[in-house]
Design a protein around this ligand. Structure first.
Ligand code: SF4
Ligand code: SF4
Length: 69
């Protein structure tokens, strides 16, 4: 079952990779080298990534609001 909440990453991400290392589920990748992306199928909305982002660009929001409206 998909989580109710999910991480969203703002375009101001500087692709430092800190969130990617912190995520316990491996839900974050930086495929383009420009901005981190959250895998919607894997993220559980735990918020660990948002706590460590030095640029404060990760927000945990309701999944419906983020991607399924
Ligand atoms: S920690 Fe923040 S700035 Fe760094 S890659 Fe993740 S979202 Fe981007
Ligand atoms: S909210 Fe949790 S599961 Fe989702 S990307 Fe961040 S650390 Fe990973």
């Amino acid at each position: 079952m998909k989580s109710k909440r999910i991480a969203t990453i703002d375009t101001l991400c500087v692709a430092c990779g800190t969130c990617m290392k912190e995520c316990p589920f491996g839900a974050i990748s930086i495929p383009t080298g420009i901005k981190a992306l959250v895998n919607l199928e894997i993220c559980v909305g735990c918020g660990k990534c948002s706590k460590v982002c030095p640029a404060s660009v990760i927000t945990i929001v309701e999944r419906e609001v983020a991607y399924e409206n």
